[in-house]
Design a protein. Structure first.
Lengths: 172, 172, 172, 172, 172, 172
């Protein structure tokens, strides 16, 4: 049985992340989505919220489990008996960082394989940061996140309205 | 009549930004330079200063107007009746981010075109960040910004002297 | 009045080329599609065929004219009074070559502007070479070229059946 | 049961190709190495030789089968019941072409997944072309190909001695 | 006599940095390692610690001197009579930033040459940030830094245990 | 004494090549320009012509010698006692190929260092191929090659007038 770990911050998961998780679930026997337990000040949603939102969005995919983790990704992979780490590569901008991470992880645990899916074209410009920025500026995120996550994002920003930490890229 | 929006932070405008605005003004009927109204803590110059400095530097280009905006770039484009968003591509380092932004903007407003000018070679290593860093370290910025902006930068840093937030790239 | 030149080999034009020509026609007053008169041994379709196929595919776009040319692109641009050269940038693989060409052309004729459109996502993996290879291997090119060009390609390959010069990238 | 196709020209297979095939065999139930049946004039080894050399080099990996194919890669994938196409990504130079191929293949057969392994660092500068060039120039290819392939290469070049078609990159 | 400056933050020096410094020392008559005097809040080790750690790690390389500096790199280069600035390029991710810095430095001081070494393959995924992150997460950094620096890192993190500023890339 | 080898095809040398050779001559004690002895059918100028043209263009740089070579670059480097191979990196398009070549050469001869100069901005779009194409199409190459080489190019093309092998990039 092959278990694959799909690690990330998922703050929140986008349709691109859901696409990768679903496609990986069609290939491997079991997928563990690992939500990195980042300090609250660096993320919009708490670790528990990010786990719950991704799990809810994946509803209907039986062989996927969503869990939080802290520490090194390779250590978490071992603890869930994953032989493979799965990552998505977008047509733009991901390759070098993913290559660096893959080489580093393989140096730390040579038997742990890193495999990349090519992100579907229609999600190639998507990222959690961009989705958050669009919501914060009052734009539409239809088709960029699942319905439950769109709802959670809008509620979160309604509460944060005073927050002004807008990422730079969209208007730079 | 074709109106083009040239959006950015312009903190402050460099000779590369002036070059793009001037060249765009030779092609399109009207150019609106859109200065993004970023929170003061993230920029060196206030929104008003950035608008005034760019406008002054453009002195003599009749069909260019400089305005500030907040919210999504595509919404501002619509409000000024721009059919085109103009961006500059430097020989190094801009392509992927610009492609991502262009694809996102076209998804949000398909009728809004994004067009890129290739930045002139002599400005291909220039950025607002680099100019600010050089000034902060006492270096010469001759030929990197217009005279009014060079003067404004030196005054600003004289007042900020105690500031120590030096970007990493020049000395990394 | 702004005239833009859209130069290329167009052997044959793909939906990506049609997309750029049509979008450019919505921005500029007049578009001249310039079909480079390459030696017959290097192309599948003759210069006349390439002009006719692109023109037929553009049927319905009044301000676009398709012409062949030889010599330097900048000289042809001058001869049709184009102020702008238009090029498409795909999310993958075009940037560096286009930047090099743009810088070179601007060095030869500084007043001639080069502007790039971002190719639509759904065409970002398309090229004339790939379309020819798929047809030669018996695959479907639905949605990759216009109907008249699909028909011409199939006829051409029926005649060439013995040709075996298959580009390397699809099966490499 | 998951079957993965690893397609290529393999003219001849390098240690990098062997590495990918072996690692894929540890993850998937069955691997079919598909050797593209390219015209003899474009390759150094015949299709039969390339199949035999790769198969011999893989000696000891029970769930890998080496076969030749012609036509589209996606059609061959279907004929061997592969759900996955496997490719290797080197730290340098492969990403864009692989992304283009992956997007194209997924458009033609959406249910066919393309997954990439990151090539091991020690093979990241290796390619079939480079190995052939080094042998043709009398250099050592120790550690770049398996022993049987090193032997076959030396014999082939002894026969071809008069051949002078030396790829440009090593000495450019 | 040719003196080369090797500038950086070196917070702390990795085996990749040591590799470049040692190789440069084999080519040039004298190497000055310039440790940038960054504000304490932006670095893990103080300027004095970074100088001492690199110098100790270089023990045995007679023509290398480690010094701290503030201000522009080009001004420091002049003050130590360096004709050359040396930089390392990793197979992944460094090129564009280094090119920008090189062009900028040459514009400021045309007579000052910038030369790049290709980082050895086995260090191509290494950076000071990654090393700090691995230590902070309890992972092994064997072979990534010299012994004295490994020891200093562990001691530093033992004291900082409560620190939670974990870079994003390893677990993103 | 440090001797550096600057290898290439130089068919013919451009101002970019001259720039690198001259700058290298200011850093190292001796420069050997190595002109690769490619088969006549692949080059415009014979090996002897390429050596003579580069040597003439370098007139006045005492510590540079121009020689032809065949076989592996690393073997030629050894035969002229070079400790360093010098290469130029243009802002666009050279990095990956140069990195691959450097890693390969260092694997073959670990003690042989490969160092890169950043090509001056004004030559960043130049290549031998582009210069030949412009001449063949009747364009001006002022400032792209030295006077003796411009003269040789024009004479060569006057004789070849019937030649139609025009590289694809300028008009693609």
């Amino acid at each position: 049985m092959t278990t694959a770990l799909y690690p990330g911050s998922f703050d929140p998961a986008t349709m691109g992340h859901l696409d990768i998780a679903t496609r990986a679930a069609a290939i491997f026997d079991k997928i563990v989505v690992g939500v990195y337990d980042a300090p609250a000040k660096n993320v919009l949603f708490t670790t528990e919220e990010r786990v719950a939102l991704f799990a809810e969005a994946l509803h209907g995919t039986p062989n996927v489990e969503v869990k939080s983790f802290s520490g090194l990704t390779v250590d978490f992979a071992r603890s869930v008996n994953a032989q493979v780490i799965v990552r998505g590569l977008r047509a733009i901008s991901d390759f070098e960082l993913e290559m660096q991470m893959a080489l580093l992880n393989r140096k730390m645990v040579p038997s742990l394989e890193v495999m990349c899916f090519m992100t579907s074209l229609e999600y190639s410009f998507l990222s959690s940061s961009i989705v958050k920025e669009i919501v914060s500026l009052g734009g539409s995120i239809d088709g960029m996140v699942s319905d439950n996550i769109a709802k959670a994002l809008k509620e979160k920003y309604r509460k944060l309205k005073e927050s002004a930490s807008i990422p730079r890229y969209l208007n730079s």
